[in-house]
Design a protein around this ligand. Structure first.
Ligand code: GLU
Length: 260
């Protein structure tokens, strides 16, 4: 399977330690692997969470704030921190990054959407790695996706990606919660999303907003756009090499009509 254009989404649990501090080793490795994949000829887009988590830590809060304004302030503080770290590591591996902050309305309104596509195309033609997050510091409820799984699928559809990879703290989809049922069976390939929807029971990590429900929603959006999706464990970003080498990794969601 050749992936000319890949969107990779990393969750807060992948890029931050449990306390919210940034996981430097993980981000450095991710920057190296994504730079390498780009160097091998693919277009790479990174959708990253972690801004709110990093901002909470940097602002010195001991718990996730509940008010909208404090969460938006945390996003503003953390986004800056996160981008400066990505920029430094990617530069180390010879890559240029660019920040794109999006909200749902931008991707749904046609002229803004067209502008946005043109920006991505321009950056990718310059071999730059766009780093995307939701514009959490200004967004209001009506215009947010609220989770980066959904956002990453919308971005993948926008730029007609060949593959969407959702990296998280789980190995993919199981037929039961493996934390409760040790003999839960891992699903390698899903072709019919409706047949597995009931398996996503709103699993949540302690830090991010996503869970299996949002991942399956993302898979649905991407598959409808004809884009295959892989949910895999991001604890070792080298797993992306297995994916680009076409090795069986995580759970692969195959859109209708695509070869498996
Ligand atoms: N945009 C949020 C952040 O950067 C994360 C949303 C999510 O966890 O999906 O912190």
């Amino acid at each position: 399977m050749e992936h000319k254009r890949i969107v990779v989404k990393v969750g807060t649990s992948t890029v931050c330690h449990p306390g919210g501090t940034v996981n430097l080793r993980r981000i450095e490795r991710l920057s190296m692997v994504l730079s390498d994949i780009k160097n091998s000829g693919s277009d790479v887009v990174l959708v990253t969470s972690g801004a709110i988590g990093a901002g909470i830590h940097k602002a010195g809060w001991t718990a996730r704030p509940t008010s909208l304004s404090a969460k938006q302030a945390a996003a503003a503080i953390g986004q800056c921190e996160l981008m400066s770290i990505y920029d430094r590591f990617f530069r180390e591996y010879g890559s240029i990054t660019a920040q794109i902050l999006l909200t749902k309305d931008v991707l749904e309104e046609s002229s803004a959407r067209n502008n946005c596509t043109a920006t991505f195309e321009e950056l990718l033609s310059m071999h730059i790695i766009p780093i995307v997050n939701e514009n959490d510091s200004v967004a209001t409820e009506e215009i947010v996706y609220g989770d980066n799984d959904t956002l990453s699928a919308a971005v993948a559809a926008l730029i007609k990606a060949d593959l969407l990879v959702l990296l998280s703290d789980i190995d993919g989809l199981y037929d039961a919660d493996p934390a409760i049922y040790p003999d839960a069976k891992h699903l390698d390939v899903v072709t019919d999303l409706n047949a597995v929807r009931h398996l996503a029971k709103g699993s949540h990590t302690s830090q991010g907003t996503g869970g299996m429900v949002t991942k399956l929603r993302a898979a649905d959006i991407a598959m409808k756009a004809g884009i295959p999706v892989i949910i895999a464990n991001g604890s070792d970003p080298d797993i992306l090499y297995n994916i680009t080498d076409g090795k069986k990794t995580g759970t692969l969601f195959v859109p209708q009509g695509a070869p498996q």
